[in-house]
Design a binder for this molecule. Structure first.
Ligand SMILES: [Zn+2]
Length: 97
C-alpha cells in the first residue's frame, strides 16, 4: 500500500496528516490508530489542565466566603434554607464536572 496518497481518492498526503482532507479517509490503518492515540492524549491533557485550573481558582473557598457573608446578614432559618440551596448547587456543579 502506498502511504503517501489517499487509498480512496489518491490525494497526495501532506506532512503528518492522519486523514485525507478531501474524502476524510485515513491514509492507513496505522494512521487511524495514531489519530485515536493523539485524540486520547489531547483529551487527557485537557482534563489535567482543567484539574489544575480548578484547584487554582479555589472555587470551594469562594462559595464558602459568599455563604458566610449571607449568613451574617440573615436570620437563622433563612440561612439554613440558603445553606441547602448552596449545597444543592454545589453538588450539581460537581456532578456535571
Ligand atoms: Zn481521499
Amino acid at each position: 500500500m502506498n502511504m503517501t496518497q489517499c487509498p480512496q481518492c489518491k490525494h497526495q498526503r501532506k506532512g503528518e496528516e492522519y486523514k485525507c482532507p478531501k474524502c476524510d479517509c485515513f491514509y492507513s490503518p496505522l494512521d487511524e490508530i495514531l489519530a485515536a492515540e493523539a485524540d486520547e492524549i489531547e483529551r487527557r491533557s485537557f482534563t489535567g489542565r482543567f484539574k489544575v485550573a480548578k484547584e487554582k481558582s479555589n472555587f470551594g473557598g469562594a462559595v464558602k466566603a459568599e455563604y458566610q457573608r449571607i449568613e451574617e446578614a440573615s436570620p437563622y432559618n433563612v440561612s439554613l434554607i440558603l445553606a441547602v440551596i448552596v449545597m444543592f448547587i454545589f453538588t450539581m456543579t460537581l456532578s456535571v464536572l
